[in-house]
Design a protein around this ligand. Structure first.
Ligand code: IMP
Length: 432
């Protein structure tokens, strides 16, 4: 297939960075289509490590075009800072290799502040979401409320003041309610004018650009952020992010029609992790959970928070396969399970004495669903750096086959270390 969409099939942090980088070498264009700088991944190329939050992975590779689609919420300060930081590492970002959708929504300082005010207030009442405090949710609220400032507004100085007034009418009412100081019109205008010259050169009509590229046969890679269980509709609401993270959003968040999306690759960790609050049926509070966190280096890239760890939940990934239309998965971090005597996989749940095969949408039911496990024998040998099936112990292969069967999707790639070449390729998504 010409195009590939990469999505996380769990709660994010599945190891998308390495796989996206691996695929971006084969792509012409890499597109972000949702989320913002709440995402984060580290790319290691020729021994140099690059930390990206907002920019699509393609930017670090010469000759690739990176695109930020309309579905992304863009903090212009974060964008400028990331471009500057990469510049210091020798990666030059110009309008030649980065385009930003004219109709993408901006995150302003008032969004970041509001995210923080709310999380602080919620900490006291026990209703915290555990957001990244980057203003993601408040910016999407303004987008849906039709009062957002968008990238193109930076170029339209005549209509900008009225848009700022409309935004402030809403935000100052909220801030008064929270007992926080109001913001002046001039402060927002100053903020916007301070970033306009740096952002506008990258502005483009992304759907036109992608349509032309598609017609010429360019290979387009869509880079999802977060994971399916953090999707605003399909995730563990309200403990979710504020965008649709599923593959369908690659179309809506870029302006390319769904018929052109191609191969849907679900990045899937061989166990489960989540950061922030919310239900997690297979969470382990024992020494095995501790072991997975330490061996897997499970700390958030953006916030540094310790990730919660647990057994692989096949019922949740099966749901992800359905919601995304996943063609195949990239299974990551199998090596973290090396040395465990036995491994459990969740195949469904019990709820009020009934056995169910998927997690219900109700928050209360999600919190009380208990996992039903099958147990598999572990393996003692190391799988780190395996590059072919022959390098894997029989029990590890059995684990992978069991995962495939339970989730209803095949393994296309198997990653056995952070090194890009430590990958077993079963199917090249661009060639399938
Ligand atoms: P927000 O996206 O900052 O609003 O955070 C909402 C929820 O999504 C919180 O539970 C965050 O921890 C989670 N989240 C946001 N971005 C990521 C990510 O890149 N990886 C994992 N979790 C994330």
């Amino acid at each position: 297939m010409t195009n590939v969409v990469v999505v996380g099939s769990q709660w994010g942090d599945e190891g998308k960075g390495k796989i996206v980088d691996w695929l971006s070498e084969r792509a012409d264009i890499v597109v972000r289509f949702q989320g913002g700088h709440n995402a984060g991944h580290t790319l290691v190329i020729d021994g140099v490590s690059y930390k990206l939050s907002l920019l699509p992975s393609g930017v670090v590779r010469p000759g690739k075009l990176a695109v930020i689609g309309n579905g992304v919420v863009i903090d212009p300060h974060a964008l400028i800072a990331e471009i500057d930081k990469l510049g210091k590492q020798g990666v030059t970002i110009t309008p030649e290799n980065l385009r930003v959708a004219d109709n993408a929504t901006l995150i302003l300082s008032l969004h970041r502040e509001l995210d923080g005010f709310r999380e602080d207030a919620a900490s006291n009442s026990g209703t915290k979401i555990g957001t990244t405090r980057r203003g993601i949710g408040p910016a999407y609220e303004d987008k849906v409320g039709r009062r957002a400032i968008r990238v193109m507004d930076l170029a339209d100085l005549e209509t900008l003041p009225a848009k700022v007034d409309r935004l402030l009418t809403h935000h100052n009412a909220l801030r008064r309610g929270l007992g926080e100081p109001e913001i002046s019109h001039d402060a927002i205008m100053l903020e916007l004018s301070s970033v306009a010259d740096k952002v506008l050169p990258f502005m483009d009509t992304v759907w036109v650009l992608l349509d032309k590229a598609r017609r010429k046969g360019a290979r387009i890679l869509f880079e999802g952020a977060q994971g399916t269980l953090l999707d605003i509709d399909h995730g563990t609401y309200p403990f979710v992010t504020s965008s649709n993270t599923v593959a369908g959003q690659a179309a809506a968040g870029s302006g390319m029609g769904p018929g052109s999306l191609g191969y849907i690759l679900g990045i899937t960790k061989a166990y489960t992790t989540r950061v922030g609050e919310g239900p997690f049926p297979t969470e382990l509070h024992d020494e095995i959970g501790q072991f997975l966190g330490e061996r897997g280096h499970e700390f958030g890239t953006v916030t540094g928070r310790k990730r919660r760890c647990g057994w692989f939940d096949a019922a949740l990934v099966r749901q992800s396969v359905a919601a995304n239309g996943i063609t195949g998965i990239a299974l990551t971090k199998l090596d973290v399970l090396d040395g465990l005597d036995e491994l459990k996989i969740c195949v469904g749940y019990t709820l009020d004495g009934q056995q169910i095969d998927h997690l219900p949408a109700s928050q209360a039911q999600q919190a009380s669903a208990k996992p039903v496990y099958i147990t598999l024998e572990g393996w003692k040998e190391s799988t780190v750096g395996a590059r072919s099936w022959a390098d894997l112990p029989a029990q590890a292969i059995k684990y992978v086959r069991q995962v495939e069967e339970l989730i209803g999707a095949p393994v296309a790639l198997l990653s056995t270390s952070p090194e890009r070449d430590d990958t077993i390729l079963v199917t090249d998504p661009f060639e399938d």
